[in-house]
Design a protein around this ligand. Structure first.
Ligand code: MN
Length: 261
């Protein structure tokens, strides 16, 4: 099984390598990621200048790794269009440092990179964990590795595109793995103004709202200690998708808990 791993936090981000360390146990992993932090780069692609790539030393031994002077979407386009020969079985973007929930997915570089995988016919996972969450990153890495194993054993009927978010909760206190829908909420919702002594300046501020989202949303699930899995674009009928996701998630939390070391 061949897996492309990318992200928007940059090729040396801890979250990416926590994930690769786990995935490399079960698959051939190739890392193609931006050479620097590109969070909130959204779906941007570089069309008006050439792109350059450097092969870099991997953090996990033996993993072919490239740093791209471009956006997360550029990285996936280059990986699938040129760098990786042969079929890619899965594209994983993350593990992002910070949750990607609700309307914020539309500016997320993490989700956009996975979107390029999906648009190119690969099953794609965007994966995020709550900031500074030591357990969250490990749980996310193991969960994705289990999902990859399930995909390998039985490839999904249609190309799946899932957005996965893991709260900052120890494994023993994770409530469940909940299939959710996106909340109608962005937490980049405030502009603060100031003056640096010469000019006015403005910050777009990230501020979570009051948590009044419905129980079926990703925001609610993560706020209540559950792992959220949100299917994004799909051509599948609702009922088929729902059966597929139930099947995919069946026994997953038990397997995850059982794998704890
Ligand atoms: Mn990021």
């Amino acid at each position: 099984m061949k897996i492309l791993v990318t992200n928007d936090d940059g090729v040396s981000a801890d979250g990416l390598w926590i994930l690769v360390r786990e995935l490399a146990n079960i698959a051939e992993v190739v890392v193609v990621a931006p050479d620097r932090e590109q969070s909130a780069a959204g779906t941007a692609v570089t069309l008006w200048e050439p792109l350059r790539i450097r092969k870099v030393q991997p953090v996990v031994h033996g993993v072919e790794t490239y740093a791209v002077e471009g956006t997360p979407s550029d990285s996936v386009l280059l990986a699938l269009g040129s760098l990786i020969k042969g079929k890619v079985d899965l594209v994983v973007s993350g593990i992002n440092w910070g949750l990607n929930l609700g309307d914020d997915i539309y500016i997320s570089g993490t989700v956009s990179a996975a979107l390029q995988g999906y648009l190119h016919g690969c099953p794609a996972l965007a994966v995020s964990a709550e900031r500074d969450s030591e357990p969250g990153f490990q749980i996310a890495a193991r969960l994705v590795t289990m999902l990859a194993g399930r995909f390998n054993a039985s490839p999904p009927a249609d190309n799946l595109f899932l957005n996965i978010n893991v709260p900052n909760v120890p494994l023993a206190r994770i409530g469940r793995i909940q299939v959710t829908r996106l909340a109608s909420e962005s937490h980049i919702n405030t502009v603060t103004e100031g003056n640096d002594g010469k000019r006015n300046y403005y910050w777009l501020v990230r501020q979570r709202q009051d948590g009044s989202q419905g129980r079926k949303t990703d925001v609610w699930a993560v706020d209540h200690g559950h792992i959220s899995i949100t299917p994004l674009f799909t051509s599948l009928p609702t009922r088929t998708l729902s059966a597929l996701l139930n099947n995919l998630c069946s026994g997953l939390l038990e397997e995850l808990t059982g794998s704890a070391v």
